[in-house]
Design a protein around this ligand. Structure first.
Ligand code: FRU
Length: 501
């Protein structure tokens, strides 16, 4: 068996998007149009490490099965094509539309590598391109850049949103350790409105890949604005992560909600995902109002080790596509995320149980029942006490990924320190990732997505999420649940499904 064949068998995800070959990082330019979801991505087609950036492209009808397309945007004399967004310009505000064809407009960062190497600071600027064939081929605007660099070294990753209330395009841009807001009527002329973040949020690294949009608070008609803001490094569990803020936007300024920021002196940062492998994620544009969902996808890696992970043919995958919801929990706004409902159509129920009482170890499932590299486990636990509850995903060669609920120290955790190949990077398993919670959990709902090299764990319908990758030496074979101090607990409900891939 050639090296690549075994790499395919052991590591190529079953149900997460990977490029056929070579390097991928951030998701870019996502939009929906005429029954198709488009996903572009930071792509280097000539090697399996980061290099001159292109926009790769993939298309899906269900957000789950992706078909890779020809490369959408190539670097040129103005620079590499860094991250950005795309909008469907329904009213042809840009004037790029022709013969009744609606233009799709991509807004991205040019990274002028020569400028950077020569020590300039103004080597990043914003530019646009348009497509008249639903995102397949693109023409770069001849007036680029549309937003030249004002003398800020990190000045990138434009995310554009149609602000219906003000009837203007709104751009959020990451600028070193802040988010800048701009407006435009035509996607070509941009005016600076305001900035946000100087004194709030994390500042242990550079802010990247922002997103901003209004959301209805679940169960109400009330609207709040959500600002997503990735940071690298500076994530709570190391390297790159994505913080979010909830507040109000009046067309000019984003103001953090007072309940979100109860005590401005010590605002606790909220993370969209507490696992180490969900970065630079943003939302889809142009999802029809009749659907109404806020759809998100992230890059399932971390700059701490992304370039070293042990796959040679391709490097890195996307998370599962997720639906975001805004809810109020204990008087504070929280962004929930769960796998999109389209995943359900791929599920074949393998086992279903209820009311299981145990006090030591419960064998949830094993490869006798199910392929544990394309599985969804939904489990509802009750009667939890001040104990540590560990899910153990393992093979019989000693590779194990442990994750779960620690009611003793009050956090969720993922421990991949014995998960298989760790040799490629010292940072990959240098610590256990945690997501703190305030009060002891006495019951909990957990949904676990297991692919060959990743787990995505959704606690309490996505209130807390943890996504991490791992590289076992053999496929994982069993999933157990262990109650550390043998306190009795109840599995109220257990559903194990295999995904049809
Ligand atoms: C985030 C990022 C972006 C940049 C891109 C370059 O992961 O650093 O800020 O546009 O990657 O590939």
């Amino acid at each position: 068996m050639s090296v690549n064949t075994s790499e395919e068998q052991l590591y190529r995800p079953n149900f997460h998007f990977t490029p056929k070959s070579n390097w991928m990082n951030d998701p870019n330019g996502m939009f929906y149009l005429n029954g198709k979801y488009h996903l572009y991505f930071q792509y280097y087609p000539d090697d399996n490490v980061w290099g001159p950036m292109h926009w790769g492209h993939a298309v899906s009808e269900d957000l789950i099965v992706w078909k890779e397309q020809p490369i959408a945007l190539y670097p040129d004399s103005l620079g590499y094509i860094f991250s950005g967004s795309a909008v469907v310009d329904v009213n042809n505000t840009s004037g790029f539309g022709r013969d009744g064809k609606i233009p799709v407009v991509a807004i991205f960062t040019y990274h002028d590598i020569k400028g950077e190497q020569e020590g300039a600071i103004d080597f990043q600027s914003q530019a646009i391109a348009y497509s008249l064939d639903e995102g397949q081929t693109w023409t770069k605007y001849d007036g680029n850049p549309v937003l030249p660099n004002p003398g800020i070294k990190d000045f990138r990753d434009p995310k554009v949103y149609w602000d219906n209330e003000r009837e203007q395009w709104l751009m959020v841009l990451a600028t070193y350790e802040k988010s800048f807001f701009y407006s435009s009527s035509n996607l070509k002329d941009w005016e600076l409105l305001s900035d946000f973040g100087e004194t709030v949020g994390e500042h242990g690294g550079v802010w990247e890949c922002p997103d901003i949009f209004p959301m209805k608070i679940e169960g109400t008609e009330q609207i709040k604005w959500v600002l997503i803001q990735s940071i690298n490094p500076g994530f709570i569990n190391g390297g790159s992560g994505t913080q979010y803020f909830v507040g109000d936007f009046d067309g000019k300024t984003f103001v953090l909600d007072s309940t979100f920021a109860k005590d401005l002196e010590k605002i606790e940062t909220k993370w969209l995902d507490y696992g180490r492998d969900n970065y630079a994620g943003v939302t889809w544009a142009n999802v029809p109002e009749t659907d109404g969902r806020k759809l998100f996808i992230g890059w399932m890696s971390n700059w701490d080790y992304a370039k070293e992970v042990p796959t040679a043919t391709w490097r890195s995958a996307m998370t599962i596509a997720r639906e975001l919801k805004l809810k109020v929990v204990d008087g504070s706004y929280m962004l929930f995320s769960e796998p999109v409902k389209e995943l359900d159509t791929f599920k074949k129920t393998i086992l279903q149980k209820a009311n299981i009482e145990f006090d030591k170890t419960y064998n949830i499932t094993s490869s006798d029942d199910i392929a544990l590299d394309k599985a969804v486990v939904e489990i509802e636990l009750s009667n939890l006490s001040q104990d540590r509850y560990t899910f153990s995903l393992e093979n019989d060669q000693g590779d194990v990924v442990e994750f779960g609920i620690d009611n003793i120290v009050q956090h969720y955790f993922i421990d991949r320190t014995k998960s298989g190949d760790l040799s490629f990077s010292e940072k990959f398993a240098d610590k256990i990732s945690v997501a703190p919670f305030d009060t002891v959990q006495d019951k909990i709902h957990v949904q676990i997505l297991i692919d060959k090299t990743s787990i995505e764990v959704f606690y309490n319908n996505g209130q807390t999420v943890m996504t991490e990758i791992f590289f076992p030496n053999y496929l994982m074979k069993t999933l157990k649940l262990i109650s550390k101090n043998h306190s009795k607990l109840i599995i109220e409900k257990l559903v194990v499904s295999e995904l049809d891939f």
